[in-house]
Every structure is written in structure tokens, then in C-alpha cells.
Design a binder for this molecule. Structure first.
Ligand code: SAM
Length: 212
């Protein structure tokens, strides 16, 4: 998702109380920000943030961190937070390539990847959030029982991701190519903005859950 650049979005983010700056300094100390030691769940590429904010509202015993590369997109999530502040959620504007700089070993419990950019060219494969390079980052920051949950309507990206799970030495705890018709996998499913749009077009939604 790349919205038109919104002038002043960087400055607005810099001043916002839900958005964390200098997040490297919190590595290993995220409980200070939340004022508790609840587990941390992260969404990478959270777009406008509806998925994460719904989870945060439903699960006050979990802390949520949304990571988004673009200020203009993140700004939309911050505007929603002003309307409905949630104490168990924070946002970071960053490229997830450096995610190991902000979380220490085992500091997170779950990582959500929803409708991640496909990067269709082979030479860009390592930029895909389900590439083996990203799984090795997730391996560093997830606790032992931690897991990655990934949804997409892009069949090629899903095929690639299944291969990468195997290549990374992870195992599949769940997998479907038609989430909305899979009673078990769909239980408690929260639709993202992209999921709503693509399923309305008739695209089946794929989901995998991976752990080590
Ligand atoms: N997850 C949302 C949804 O399902 O509605 C948005 C999906 S959108 C296609 C993908 C989002 O991931 C974009 O907002 C993009 O800026 C963000 N993104 C892509 N690569 C990223 C990265 N390496 N680090 C942080 N955000 C990233």
C-alpha cells in the first residue's frame, strides 16, 4: 500500500504519542513502554492498522506493535488511534529489514504478515517478507513457541512462502488455500483492509501458520 505522499506526515508522526522513535533503544525493554510484561505480537506492513487495532481491542492482555514503511500510510492508523486510543498498541515507521535491531532474542511471541508486497521479480525475492532471509530474522526475535501467521490472495507468493518455510527449517502448523471456507482456520479471523477488498472480488484467501 503506497498512498499519495501526504505533506507533513513525517512531522505528524514524529510528534505522535503512539509512534515510537529511536526504537533501537527499547531493544529488550519494551515492557517499559507498555508498563507490563505481557507478550508482544507484531504486524509487519500493517497498512492503515485496522487488523491490529481490532486485535488490540479484543485482547488487552497482549501488547501489539505495528510496523509500517511509509509515513503516509501510518498516519491513517494514527488518526484512528486519536479517535479510539488503545493502551496496548504502538507503531513504528521503519523497514522491517532491520527488525532485529529493535527486538532482542525471543522478545516477541507472534508475527503477523497480511497481504505482504509480492515483489514479483526473482532478483527481489529476498525482499519478500516470507523469504528465508526474513525467516532467519524472525527466528532471532521470536520466542521458542512463537509463530508467524501469513495471509495473501497471491497464489505465486503463497507457493513461494510454503517453499521458504521448508527451506528455513520451519514447520507448518496450519495451511489453507481458501480461508473463508475453512471452518477451523477461519475461526476468529479478522479481515484486513486488503482481505476485504480481494475477497469481495472473488479471490480465495490463503493462510499459513509456521513455527520452529
Ligand atoms: N496489511 C495491510 C492489509 O492487509 O490491508 C496492508 C497490505 S499492503 C499490500 C502492504 C503494506 O506493507 C504496505 O503498507 C507497505 O508499505 C508495507 N510494507 C511492505 N514491505 C515492508 C517492510 N519491509 N517493512 C515495513 N512495511 C512494509
Amino acid at each position: 500500500m503506497r498512498l499519495r505522499n501526504i505533506p507533513g506526515s513525517r512531522e505528524a508522526i514524529a510528534k505522535n504519542r503512539w509512534c515510537i522513535r529511536e526504537s533501537e533503544q527499547l531493544r529488550g525493554n519494551w515492557h517499559q513502554i507498555f508498563g507490563n510484561s505481557h507478550p508482544i505480537h507484531v504486524e509487519i506492513g500493517m497498512g492503515k492498522g485496522r487488523f491490529l487495532m481490532t486485535l488490540a481491542r479484543e485482547n488487552p492482555q497482549i501488547n501489539y506493535i505495528g510496523i509500517e514503511k511509509y509515513s503516509s500510510v501510518l498516519l491513517r492508523a494514527l488518526q484512528k488511534m486519536e479517535e479510539e486510543p488503545l493502551e496496548n498498541i504502538r507503531f513504528i515507521r521503519m523497514d522491517a529489514e532491520t527488525i532485529t535491531d529493535i527486538f532482542q532474542s525471543g522478545e516477541t511471541e507472534r508475527i503477523y504478515l497480511n497481504f505482504s508486497d509480492p515483489w514479483p521479480k526473482d532478483r527481489h525475492a529476498k525482499r519478500r517478507l516470507t523469504s528465508r532471509q526474513f525467516f532467519s530474522r524472525y527466528n532471532l526475535i521470536l520466542e521458542k513457541e512463537g509463530r508467524v501467521e501469513f495471509k495473501t490472495d497471491n497464489q505465486d507468493l503463497f507457493d513461494f512462502s510454503l517453499e521458504e518455510v521448508k527451506e528455513a527449517g520451519w514447520k507448518l502448523d496450519g495451511c489453507t488455500r481458501d480461508l473463508h471456507r475453512d471452518e477451523i482456520m477461519n475461526r476468529g479471523n479478522i479481515m484486513t483492509e486488503y482481505e476485504e477488498r480481494f475477497s469481495a472480488m472473488g479471490n480465495p484467501i490463503c493462510k499459513l501458520i509456521a513455527s520452529r
